[in-house]
Structures are given as structure tokens and as C-alpha cells.
Design a protein around this ligand. Structure first.
Ligand SMILES: Cc1cc2nc3c(=O)[nH]c(=O)nc-3n(C[C@H](O)[C@H](O)[C@H](O)COP(=O)(O)OP(=O)(O)OC[C@H]3O[C@@H](n4cnc5c(N)ncnc54)[C@H](O)[C@@H]3O)c2cc1C
Length: 402
């Protein structure tokens, strides 16, 4: 089977590896360089604390790969597992923990509710007076997204995949229907209709590539790719920023990835006492992925440090900003991805809403199964079809701050 993958982020590279490993003839096309989209801008969080069955299953399948990544791929992704700690300021948020933690435990996630005072065992600097409850999972953690991307892309290459950078897909080739000649007319947002015809390849800046299956793994650009076949994806690019901070008191390496669900800020240890800090507050306009501001805003940087200073006492007034950046979340309305066969010959894996790095190993496996077997067996991804929004079957994620 001849497969063309559009997009050389972590989802495209993982898909390339799992397809090539199973014998598919794979070409991955990336218009810039590998990781140039969201992947190299991610915070690296990897967690099983989700609040839907499909989210937990995908995450568990992914974590089982992250656990053995170095043995399997020969790349140390610096996977560290000090856990994830979610914080509730409001009783209503604490009530969500009461529902979600048992739901997670039934599915094998080792999460637990902790009193804020008990959470200081993991986060010594926690400002306990701000919080009414916390949820903690000791096996969650984080890794280096760029190293993960390297591991998948090198392994994909070794398994026979062709990876071509500097090649932009300009059109999807549709036979027997569809438009096939550029962005289609609006078919109605995410209406789930399958356009007529079959995708048989792509047109690019370097000519035509024929394919039995095309995989749209173009992240925040995926709606533009889908529109080339008349498909309206419910995915919008939203700008998110991150910062490396040298806190006034060092953040211990054993500190979990901490997220304040009511405030929207988060931090995790970086190296040598530094912290990676992020969060989103206020307006959230849809961005043009070709023209968004890739540097962080100085006002946001000052603001986010003030926010994390209310969470933990590491971030006193002498904290220093080291560097920052901005990237895009490919967001769906329910913060879950779209993974589906969108029409014959076209698979879609996008809309990861800030979770695409962590879920990429499972996504790559599922994409290979959809292409080669016609159905996904690693995880049942039927709930992730884009028509869920029209079927009144949107998912609901509790553990999402912003
Ligand atoms: C600040 C920030 C923090 C984050 N933190 C986390 C985290 O802690 N954990 C986590 O799991 N996720 C996190 N994410 C999200 C994560 O980065 C994404 O979900 C993930 O990288 C998506 O990977 P992708 O391969 O789908 O998309 P991308 O990495 O965006 O890749 C898509 C690629 O498609 C290419 N492309 C676009 N158009 C074309 C075309 N026409 N032809 C060819 N190629 C094309 C682009 O150049 C790009 O390289 C974070 C994101 C940001 C911005």
C-alpha cells in the first residue's frame, strides 16, 4: 500500500513509522522542516489523567510506548515521571475530582485525591491556602518533544519511509467527485458528510504524488488540507505561549507537572532548578497558522509569572525570565482529536488540542491500523469521528485548563 502523509510533526512522523514498520510504502511530505509546527513548541507533558474513556485509552497506549521508547527507538527522550498534580480552587472543581478519579481508577490509572497539605510532599512550595483539593497521579510526567520526533523520524526512515522536507502539499487529488482543484466551498462546519469520490494522491510544490491513502497530519493547517477535498474540519488554531523561568527558589526535579485548573496556569521543572511555565488567560482568537506571532508577549510573560507565584512560593519577585515562545494548539470544540477515515483514501489525525505530543505513539498505531486493516484495534477511535459534533456525541474533558 502506497501512503502519503501530509505534515512532519510528531503525529506525521509516528504514523510514518508505524505504517512503514508494517510494510506500507510511505512518503511523508513536510513543507518546512520536521517539528516546525507545534511539535517543537510543546511543553512535553505526558499524562493518563483524562476524564473520558477514549482519552484514557489513547493515553495508556501511548504511555506504554514512551516507557520503552529508548529501547525500541534508540533515543533517550528524557522521560521523567514525577507525576502530574491538578489543583482546585473552587469546590465545583474539587467535585469533578470526586467523579473523575474513580472513573480513572476503574480504567487502571493510579490517580488519587490529596488534601492540599498532603500534596506538599510532592510540591514543597505549594501555597496550600489557595486550594480546596488536588488530584495527583505519580506515573504521569513529561519528555522532550523534539527527541521524540527524532526517534520516530529516524525509525521511520530506517523502516523504509521517505521523508521529504521543503515540499508543500497544494491540493488533494480526488477522483470520482469532490473538487480536486483547491479549497472547496463551505460544506457546513464539521457536518460529517463524506464528499463523493476518492482521494488518490496529492499535488505539491514538487509535483504529483499518487497514493492509495493520504494521511492529513497537518495540525493547525489540517483544515486547509481537508478543504481541498471539500471537508470542513472542526479544528481552529489557537495561540499558546510558554516560558522558561529561573525562579527565585529552585523548583526541585522531583516536582510534578502542576496545573491550576481554575486559574489556567501550569509549571513543571525544567533543569537546574528552572521551570517551564505556561497558561492562557483572556481572549482566544482563531489564528492564521501562516501569520501568527511566534514570539511570546512580554506582558503575558510578566502576567503568567504572577499567576504561578500564587500557586507555589518558588516564584518570588527575583525570578528571572530566561526565554519564551508561542505556538498553536489545533483545537476542537471538545478538546479531543479527530481521528477517522474522512472519505475513501483520506485519513485524518488532527485537533489534538494541546495533547498531540503525548498521544502521538498511540495515534501512529491507530493510523496504521485504519490504513492497513480498515479498523483501529489498539484503541477504538469511533468516538473521535468529526461527525460527533452533529450527532450530539461531543466528548467532555474535565482536565483542561485553557
Ligand atoms: C505552548 C504549547 C505547549 C504544548 N504542550 C503540550 C504538552 O505538554 N503535551 C502535549 O502532548 N502536547 C502539547 N502541545 C501540543 C502539541 O505540540 C501538539 O498537539 C502536537 O505537536 C501536534 O503535532 P502534529 O504533528 O499534529 O502537528 P504539528 O507539529 O503542528 O505538525 C504539522 C506539520 O504540518 C506541516 N504542514 C502544514 N501544511 C502543510 C502542507 N501544505 N504540506 C506539507 N506540510 C504541511 C507543518 O509545517 C507542520 O510541521 C503544546 C503546544 C503548544 C503550542
Amino acid at each position: 500500500m502506497n501512503v502519503v502523509i501530509v505534515g512532519g510533526g510528531i503525529v506525521g512522523c509516528a504514523s510514518a513509522y508505524y505504517l512503514a514498520e508494517r510494510g506500507a510504502d510511505v512518503t511523508l511530505l513536510e513543507r518546512a522542516s520536521l517539528g516546525a509546527g507545534a511539535t517543537d513548541r510543546a511543553a512535553g507533558g505526558i499524562r493518563a489523567q483524562f476524564s473520558t474513556d477514549v482519552g484514557i485509552r489513547l493515553s495508556q497506549a501511548a504511555i506504554s510506548v514512551w516507557e520503552t521508547f529508548e529501547d525500541e527507538f534508540g533515543v533517550d527522550v528524557e522521560y521523567r515521571r514525577p507525576g502530574y498534580l491538578y489543583l482546585a480552587r473552587e469546590e465545583s472543581t474539587a467535585a469533578l475530582f470526586e467523579e473523575t478519579v474513580p472513573f480513572q481508577n476503574e480504567r487502571g490509572v493510579d490517580s488519587r485525591i490529596l488534601d492540599p497539605a498532603d500534596a506538599t510532599e510532592y510540591v514543597p512550595g505549594l501555597r496550600t491556602e489557595r486550594y480546596v483539593a488536588t488530584a495527583y497521579c505519580p506515573t504521569d510526567g513529561f519528555a522532550d518533544p523534539h527527541l521524540g520526533l527524532q526517534g520516530f523520524s529516524i525509525a521511520a526512515n530506517e523502516a523504509g519511509a521517505e521523508i521529504e522536507t521543503g515540499v508543500a502539499v497544494t491540493d488533494l487529488l480526488v477522483e470520482g467527485g469532490g473538487t480536486g482543484d483547491g479549497p472547496a466551498e463551505d460544506t457546513g462546519a464539521g457536518d460529517g458528510d463524506r464528499p463523493d469520490g476518492r482521494v488518490v494522491g496529492v499535488e505539491t510544490t514538487e509535483g504529483r504524488y499518487d497514493a492509495d491513502v493520504v494521511v492529513n497530519a497537518a495540525g493547525s493547517w489540517s483544515p486547509k488540507i481537508a478543504a481541498m477535498a471539500g471537508i470542513d474540519l472542526p479544528v481552529t488554531p489557537r495561540r499558546r505561549q510558554a516560558l522558561i523561568v529561573e525562579p527565585e527558589s529552585p523548583v526541585p526535579d522531583s516536582n510534578p507537572f502542576v496545573t491550576d485548573l481554575d486559574d489556567g496556569c501550569y509549571f513543571r521543572p525544567e533543569r537546574d532548578g528552572k521551570a517551564l511555565v505556561g497558561g492562557h488567560f483572556g481572549q482566544d482568537p482563531v489564528q492564521d497558522p501562516d501569520a501568527y506571532e511566534q514570539s511570546h508577549d512580554l506582558a503575558w510573560a510578566a502576567d503568567v509569572v504572577e499567576h504561578v507565584a500564587t500557586v507555589a512560593d518558588y516564584f518570588g519577585p527575583d525570578s528571572k525570565l530566561v526565554r519564551g515562545w508561542a505556538g498553536l494548539y489545533a483545537m476542537t470544540p471538545d478538546h479531543h482529536p479527530v481521528i477517522e477515515e474522512s472519505m475513501p483514501g483520506l485519513l485524518t489525525a488532527t485537533g489534538f488540542s494541546g495533547h498531540g505530543f503525548m498521544l502521538s505513539p498511540a495515534t501512529g498505531q491507530v493510523v496504521a491500523e485504519l490504513a492497513l486493516d480498515g479498523e483501529a484495534t489498539t484503541v477504538d477511535v469511533a468516538p473521535l469521528a468529526r461527525d460527533r459534533f452533529e450527532r450530539d456525541a461531543a466528548l467532555h474533558e474535565t482536565y483542561f485548563s485553557a
